[in-house]
Design a binder for this molecule. Structure first.
Ligand SMILES: Cc1ncc(COP(=O)(O)O)c(C=O)c1O
Length: 482
């Protein structure tokens, strides 16, 4: 055997470099929890590309050096000053589960290779459905690689059920079908609908209220208008919660509307459906039990590595409608609903071992861990919001948050309203370049807001207060620089 191959598969090389890596990561985690070091080392993309282009000759590297460099150059979501996107902060043991899954790497497409991982998917999805208030024995679904793909898979299924004839086989026959989608819905929904060949008119926008929640009271009028224009509406997409503001659409009212008109209800719960694990916050998704399909990302608030999205169908049999394909080398009964041959229902054929990441947390800590994290983060967001409200030089987009997402901005005395967007944008850019904190920005109601998802359970109010001070100082610097 080639000596390189020998080394690549040598269990002792794996053991030695593995122990070194775990030590390195454990020390880094501890240092970040002590708030040591920066969150990120900002470097313009072109510079990083040029630097790495020079360093591409492979081979002969020490594993520890390699991993140390990767660590140095990668943003630290575990640092309590990471208060940016909704990207989950991975529970370290879930990363170990991923390591096991990645090493064994069976592929989850068919049961004879996926084995226990396939069984876990079904059990996890049904347990989640029960937490939504659905009948766990009737519900079914699977895990897939991300909310974007989950939304597309669910909407394809909706199309197959709602469009007369067989859209999978014969397309739309020249007719214009559409979903009603809130103006604040995640852009992956428009991406899905347009990828399904329904065109831009396939997305009929529904206005939102001042908090970014779908105006359920407008649905009847919008449906009537769409029909008058020759558009056949097949479903409604609700958000639980929205990405920018973190607010929940009124699911019960939307479910009533769907029931009245025989429309499919899809709930994009990528971020916020995780409240189903919390006694205190579950009320935010009241009505979700009536959805035809729901997606939820474990890799946001539920602490698993990306990407692990549950796609849940209230009537499990629906999940078999999406793709009707023949692959006789993989399964024996082409048209039967073999729940254990997952690739019949997912986009992926070879799929990573997603379930082991969730099941590890479930078995080691119990699902109470998920509820504890949701409650901790939601409570923390409320306390940080109170700090913003108490400060006269900050304003918030919402009177109070619904989830763990805050949109806020500096409004120092003496700065004209039409200069605030530019000021906040410049301040955020400086902050990210400095690397001590990481936050993001968004546009809501035509204005630019700083945006923080309280996603790291190690973050405290004191961290957030320090962030506010840092933003104030930077605003003064930006203003002084003219
Ligand atoms: C509401 C919502 N839906 C869908 C997505 C897309 O999920 P993913 O990034 O896992 O593809 C996001 C991502 O932030 C989201 O917030």
């Amino acid at each position: 055997m080639h000596p390189l191959l020998q080394r690549a598969y040598d269990p002792e090389y794996f053991r030695e470099s593995g122990y070194q890596l775990i030590d390195l990561l454990a020390e880094a985690l501890a240092a970040w929890q002590r708030r040591e070091g920066a969150v990120t080392h900002y470097e313009p993309a072109e510079d990083a590309l040029a630097r790495w282009q020079q360093a591409m000759e492979g081979g002969g590297r020490d594993p520890l050096d390699f991993f140390r460099q990767y660590l140095d150059e990668t943003i630290r979501l575990h640092h309590p000053h990471y208060i940016g996107h909704q990207t989950g902060v991975v529970a370290p043991v879930a990363a170990l589960a991923e390591l096991a899954g990645a090493l064994l790497d069976p592929g989850m497409g068919v049961y004879e290779q996926g084995n226990v991982g396939v069984v876990w998917e079904r059990l996890l999805v049904r347990a989640l459905a029960e937490r939504f208030g659905m009948d766990g024995a009737r519900a079914d679904g699977f895990l897939t690689s991300g909310g974007t793909l989950g939304n597309l898979t669910a909407l394809l299924c909706a199309r197959q059920r709602q469009v007369p004839g067989d859209a999978w086989m014969h397309g739309y026959g020249g007719r214009q079908y559409a979903f009603l989608v809130s103006e604040e819905a995640h852009y992956s929904l428009a991406k899905a609908i347009q990828s399904m060949g329904m065109g831009a008119r396939g997305v009929v926008p529904v206005p939102t209220d001042a908090r970014g929640r779908m105006r359920a009271d407008l649905l009847e009028g919008i449906l009537a208008k769409a029909r008058a224009e020759g558009i056949e509406v097949i479903g409604v997409v609700a958000s639980a919660c929205t990405t920018a503001l973190g607010t929940y659409d009124p699911l019960e009212a939307i479910a009533d509307f769907c029931a009245r008109h025989g429309l499919w209800l899809h709930v994009d719960g990528a971020h916020g459906a995780a409240v189903a694990f919390s006694e205190r916050y579950r009320h935010l998704v009241r009505g979700i039990e009536r959805a035809d399909s729901v997606i939820m990302d474990f890799h946001k608030m539920l602490m698993t590595p990306t990407l692990v999205t549950a796609v849940v169908f209230r009537r499990g049999e629906d999940s078999f409608r999406t793709f009707v394909q023949k692959a006789s080398y993989l399964w024996t009964e082409d048209e039967t609903a073999e729940w254990y041959n997952l690739a019949k229902r997912t986009f992926e054929l070879t799929k990573p071992s997603l379930s082991v990441r969730v099941m590890a947390l479930w078995r080691l800590f119990g699902p109470e861990l998920f509820g504890a994290n949701v409650e901790h983060l939601f409570d923390l967001a409320r306390r940080c919001h109170a700090l913003l409200q108490a400060a006269s030089d900050f304003e918030t987009a919402l009177p109070e948050p619904e989830a763990n997402i805050l949109c806020y901005r500096l409004c120092p005395a003496g700065v004209p309203a039409d200069r605030l967007d530019a000021l906040n944008q410049a301040v955020r850019q400086r902050l990210v370049e400095e690397g001590d904190f990481f936050i993001v920005q968004t546009r809501v109601q035509g204005r630019l807001w700083l945006r923080s998802t309280l996603i790291n359970p190690m973050t405290t109010e004191a961290d957030f207060a320090r962030l506010m001070d840092r933003l104030r100082k930077m605003a003064a610097e930006v203003r002084a620089a003219g």
